[in-house]
Design a protein around this ligand. Structure first.
Ligand code: SF4
Ligand code: SF4
Length: 368
């Protein structure tokens, strides 16, 4: 097993096509067309004459399923479909069926167990969510429960009952690290809305014992601050003190991640709302989402304020965008200051409506 070719075989021991449904395996490289039947059924057409139908189902926040629910999906795929399903990268479930009638039976069975079918075309494609408190220690808010509140409000956009100007993606992250994904039309990230506090006596335990090493050692709690808002200094007794410079702090919470003696007012836990991100190369090309609302409270279980901001963005986009115009393309055409006006959001130094540089991604390789 030492020759490179043999080692490769050892690393990938199973031909992955073994797990594909027969119709997919037979037609690899032959799919030439597709046709939508409503917002959640897609017909794939092969040049061999074969057809395949996929039913797209909105998943649970952060793609957490009980085994009992998963078994129900397996039963539906076995009874009406081709004994096969897949999970998409953004957390939807796709169930394969052999013909349109079977696909519609899959849809009906899925709806009977309380899930929705949709998410293709000019609809809400998905709401991506990070794990937050379920397995992560740095969360400011419980991202999956905010995602759940958003799904409850936005279902008609997912099913296609209410049409959108173009595809819409929403991502939710529990903190500014943004594991929910920062490249989406609308992004919500957990954010502390205040400068942290700290207990000067207890925080001493996380700092160097003597100030005379400060020219060689930067305390970790100071090092992690992305905007240099934490300063360490020598106290008269030779020990180390720290100061948080309020004017510089952006409330990101990184210092809290590394030090249990940094304290936060839970009532100040909230979200930032960003808009205009997309990874696709259509229109203005790939763009990062930009801060629209620097902070609003995040209050479970219904997250009324955060959900209302998302609804307002969708309303303004629906009323003013041209057909096919993603949020980023809409912003590019009318300008961010006009978007701020339409949404009634005041600009500040935290959410300046400046134009982003969209000259990155694949477009850097072509003349503009
Ligand atoms: S975005 Fe923040 S809370 Fe969510 S998984 Fe990443 S680090 Fe954890
Ligand atoms: S919250 Fe963020 S910006 Fe503020 S002091 Fe802590 S690490 Fe620095």
């Amino acid at each position: 097993m030492n020759a490179p070719a043999q080692r490769l075989k050892k690393v990938v021991p199973v031909p992955y096509t073994r797990y594909l449904p027969d119709v997919v395996r037979r037609n690899l490289g032959h799919w030439v067309d597709r046709k939508q039947h409503g917002a959640g059924i897609m017909e794939h057409i092969s040049d061999t004459g074969d057809h395949l139908f996929t039913v797209k189902v909105g998943g649970t926040p952060n793609v957490r399923f009980s085994t009992r629910t998963l078994r129900k999906f397996v039963d539906i795929a076995n009874e009406h479909g081709l004994h096969s399903l897949r999970f998409t990268r953004s957390g939807s479930i796709e169930i394969f069926a052999g013909d349109l009638a079977s696909a519609k039976r899959v849809q009906q069975a899925v709806e009977e167990i309380g899930f929705h079918v949709g998410g293709w075309g000019h609809t809400l494609w998905s709401i991506g969510s990070c794990t937050a408190y379920l397995t992560c220690t740095t969360a400011v808010i419980d991202a999956p429960s905010l995602t759940n509140a958003l799904y409850n409000r936005l279902v008609p956009y997912f099913t296609g009952e209410v049409e959108l100007p173009a595809k819409l993606r929403v991502n939710v992250g529990g903190c500014p690290t943004g594991c929910g994904g920062l490249v989406a039309d609308i992004v919500l990230t957990g954010h502390y809305g205040a400068v942290p506090g700290y207990d000067p006596e207890k925080i001493r335990l996380c700092l160097p014992a003597r100030a005379d090493v400060l020219d060689k050692v930067v305390p970790e709690v100071q090092m992690v601050c992305p905007v240099n808002a934490i300063r360490s200094f020598a106290k008269p007794d030779g020990s180390v003190g720290i100061e948080i410079i309020e004017k510089k702090c952006i409330g990101c919470g990184r210092c809290k991640d590394v030090c249990d003696h940094i304290t936060w007012d839970p009532a100040k836990s909230g979200v930032s709302v960003l808009i205009g991100g997309k990874s696709s190369n259509t229109g203005v090309g790939p763009t990062m989402a930009r801060v629209l609302v620097p902070w609003i409270p995040a209050r479970p279980p219904d997250y009324r304020e955060a959900v209302a901001v998302v609804q307002k963005i969708i309303d303004v986009w629906r009323a003013n965008a041209r057909p096919g115009e993603r949020v980023a393309d809409f912003i590019e055409r009318v300008g961010m200051p006009a978007v701020f006006d339409l949404l009634g959001v005041p600009a500040s130094r935290w959410n300046r409506p400046t134009a982003p540089d969209t000259g990155f991604g694949v477009r850097q390789f072509v003349a503009r």
